[in-house]
Design a protein around this ligand. Sequence first.
Ligand code: DQA
Length: 148
Amino acid sequence: MKFVHVLNGPNLNLLGTREPATYGTLTLADIEARLTARCASEGIALSFRQSNHEGDLVGWIQEAGAKGEPVILNAGAYTHTSIAIYDAIRGSGAKVIEVHLSNVHAREDFRHHSTISAVAAGVILGFGALSYDLALDALISQSKTTKS
Ligand code: DQA
């Protein structure tokens, strides 16, 4: 694996101050710094982006899929509603690991369903910022054990 995309959806720019009891106190920049360091040590280039707009996420997923580059995706609330993101993953063939900071199954009913999980290669949730690190670990392990 030479390149990985980490895509973050709506309101994740507020991490650090947003509901810290649920999402922790690390900022998105803190998470990016951790993943950047790990990627650097593995010789992997990282693109780390956030948008509050569904169409941006759709475009970035299409871009990654076209290049055959894997995606770690926290789609935020779009996880629960977005057929456009489902279609982007399916249509582009992007390999996506769905991540969430919180354990969405222990929260409100409307968070229990993900439109993305059915087209994700895997799902990691409930470990706070560590969910992102675990997703990266999974991709690195797979790329070392799977011929591509
Ligand atoms: C989230 C969970 C979603 O339900 C919520 O809308 C978010 C963050 C998480 O990382 O736990 O914005 O994806």
